[in-house]
Design a protein around this ligand. Sequence first.
Ligand SMILES: [Zn+2]
Ligand SMILES: [Zn+2]
Length: 135
Amino acid sequence: MGDLRNCRRCGKLFVYSGSPLCVKCTEQDEEIFVKVKEYIEKHPKCTTMEVADALDVPMEKILQFLREGKLELSGENTNMILGCERCGKSINTGRYCKDCAASMENEFKKGFYSVEAQRSRDRDRMYTAHRRKKY
Ligand SMILES: [Zn+2]
Ligand SMILES: [Zn+2]
């Protein structure tokens, strides 16, 4: 017996398999996704609002697809705006623009390296102290 969970959408119990949604809701999502994707391909100049209206899909859903990186805007979809969660710049997919993603990665690395650098400085100091005593 697998791990039973309540579906995040409909609340029904289902066997958990890595997705917070039951099979039915996942299928529904997939259907919506295909519709949205097709609509955007046919109407590249539409706005997110228009897609939501035309397909009777919540706008949140479309944004969710974009944030998850499931749906990607092409260069033609200039009216569909997805903003970077950090600086608000328009992006095609995901949560952050390339600049923010890169700078966040740098900050992360810097944080990591400074701990390492501190540690090796401590080691050096100990070594130097030891040497001074000796000579
Ligand atoms: Zn469900
Ligand atoms: Zn950004």
